[in-house]
Design a protein around this ligand. Sequence first.
Ligand SMILES: [Cu+2]
Length: 134
Amino acid sequence: MKSFNHSMKSFNQITYTIILTTFLVLGLSFSSSAQTAKPAKGMEQTVSFKVEGNCGECKERIESTALDVKGVKKAEWDRQTDMLVLVGSAKMDKQKVANALAKAGHRSELAKEDPKGYANLPACCQYDSGAEKH
Ligand SMILES: [Cu+2]
């Protein structure tokens, strides 16, 4: 029984070492990838996603709606490519921006448009009507 206990102990020690090493390696790789995914506090981040829109009026609406969301410092929407580029603090949440845009009627890669918001858009801005970009 004594020798059994002894071998159990060394087995536990080996297991413990393996687990510790695994966590250490995982922890190191996780922290380095986490740094690139989420900027440290106080740092700025730039994100972009596609937002449907038609014209200069859409541009103003999309950009001012985005700027009203917490943490957003700069918003620039490109009428040709439909890409919205946001610069903001670490607290900026692109999903919140997408939700605000959806409420205003603009569909994006991240959120489906609110039908009421879409219906309230001026006819020239209703991007699903087949109206040309202008
Ligand atoms: Cu428009």
